[in-house]
Design a binder for this molecule. Structure first.
Ligand SMILES: [Zn+2]
Ligand SMILES: [Zn+2]
Length: 425
């Protein structure tokens, strides 16, 4: 596939770009898109329409993946060393996906941070006669439906992404499709990346932070002051975009950083100073359950370990319906709607990777593509991803996730933050 050819197919529309939203200026996009890992990210173009921030991305991770780097599940290791499993990366074939994120003027926040308040707006629900809301089978992992392990539920997708990183990679919830923390399921590598046993593209299930500069998406070197010098007391950097709209920032590394004292809510976000509501990745104290993949089942529960939330925690804080100024629910279809995500004609604020031309951009008539844009497929198998297939679906007991959130757990973990990322992950 030639990515430049695919990008040339992006539609244009008559609209006025929103530039009032912080993330919509060329300067902001240049400072944040594909930042981390020396700009190796998969984003090809980024722009705002009047209603959405839109990314054109190959969905590839911004760094060389090492899926053998799977940590043993907390609480113990399997004696035969077979506890940790992951699939093969089978869909790094180049493709160009459109990803859209509602702008601040478009979405509305819920007044509370209830785990379930968006659940009635999940798609792929066929209401049976007499039903008024989507039924959810225990442990069911159908894309688009919310998590339910039979005891706990969260209105987050059970088998689909919750957002996209600044390097263009999918971010999934902290949980597997049966609501088990993926670290405990032994399914993520040290960058919190996962590939299901059915294969597919590596995606994130946790905070892609590493104490080692350049290993994962970001590290301490990405915390910089206005002069570009490393400074852990600045607000953490942007690491991603949540599908409901708010930005996702990295974890706090200093309790002197702006907003640190404003605890994160149940959705993993907060509002402070000039910052509109946004999410932060964070370290939580989790506890092993009897579904722990690293040890004999039922024999070693209750051990605490640090887990790494990828920003959005137990809920989306914005209302995921009514995003288009009407009653039509476009949340689940917006990424596929080529009219909705088309570039505003004559756009002056955008980011496009070197050597590529964005239709609708002000310089498009004179822009020339370089000859180096054909991306070679490393593998050309199916793009269908079977996610989290290692979960135990026969477990009839309660897989209680006991992670806690908030500033206190962050404080407790701060001193060990960098070390934990290396040792535990
Ligand atoms: Zn903040
Ligand atoms: Zn996964």
């Amino acid at each position: 596939m030639n990515i430049a050819t695919e990008l040339a197919k992006v539609k244009t529309q008559t609209c006025t770009q929103n530039t009032a939203d912080t993330k919509c200026t060329s300067a902001w996009l240049a400072a944040n898109i594909n930042v981390g890992r020396n700009g190796e990210g998969g984003v090809i173009a980024a722009y705002c329409t009047d209603r959405y921030l839109v990314l054109q991305t190959t969905m590839k991770p911004g760094w060389a993946t090492d899926m053998d780097d799977i940590s043993q599940a907390p609480g113990g290791t399997a004696s035969d060393g077979s506890a940790c499993v992951t699939g093969e990366i089978s869909s790094t074939m180049p493709r160009l996906e459109t990803q859209a994120f509602p702008l601040e003027s478009v979405y509305e926040l819920w007044s509370t941070d209830d785990d379930l308040q968006n659940k009635d707006y999940f798609d792929q629900c066929t209401l049976a006669s007499g039903e008024t809301e989507c039924a959810q089978a225990t442990g069911q992992g159908d894309a688009g439906r919310y998590f339910n392990d039979g005891t706990n539920s969260y209105a987050l997708p059970s088998d689909a992404g919750i957002g996209i990183s600044v390097t263009g990679q999918s971010i999934y919830p902290l949980y597997s499709n049966t609501l088990q923390i993926t670290l405990e399921s032994c399914e993520v590598d040290s960058c919190n990346e996962h590939v299901g046993q059915g294969g597919g593209q590596p995606h994130l299930h946790g905070d892609p932070f590493s104490a080692t500069a350049g290993k994962c998406l970001y590290s301490a070197e990405n915390y910089t002051d206005s002069s570009g010098n490393e400074d852990l007391t600045v607000h953490p950097p942007v690491i991603g975009f949540s599908y409901d709209g708010p930005l996702i920032y990295g974890r706090y590394l200093s309790n002197a950083a702006p907003g640190f004292s404003t605890g994160l809510d149940n959705c993993g976000g907060h509002t402070h100073g000039d910052y509109a509501y946004h999410y932060h990745s964070q370290i939580i104290q989790a506890t092993t359950t009897n579904g722990n993949k690293g040890i004999s089942k039922n024999s070693n529960t209750g051990k605490t370990y640090p887990a790494f939330v990828p920003g959005v925690f137990n809920c989306w804080k914005a209302k995921i319906y009514d995003l288009n100024g009407g009653s039509t629910n476009v949340f689940w279809t917006k990424n596929k709607d080529k009219d909705l995500t088309a570039v505003c004609d004559g756009s002056t604020n955008y980011w496009v990777k070197d050597g590529y031309c964005l239709p609708g951009a002000d310089n498009y008539d004179t822009c020339t593509t370089s000859a180096t844009q054909t991306t070679t497929a490393t593998t050309t198998t199916t793009t269908t991803t079977t996610d989290d297939t290692t979960d135990d679906t026969t477990d009839g007991t309660t897989d209680d996730t006991t992670g806690t959130s908030g500033a206190s757990s962050v404080v407790a973990s701060l001193a060990a933050a960098a070390a934990a990322a290396v040792v535990a992950m």
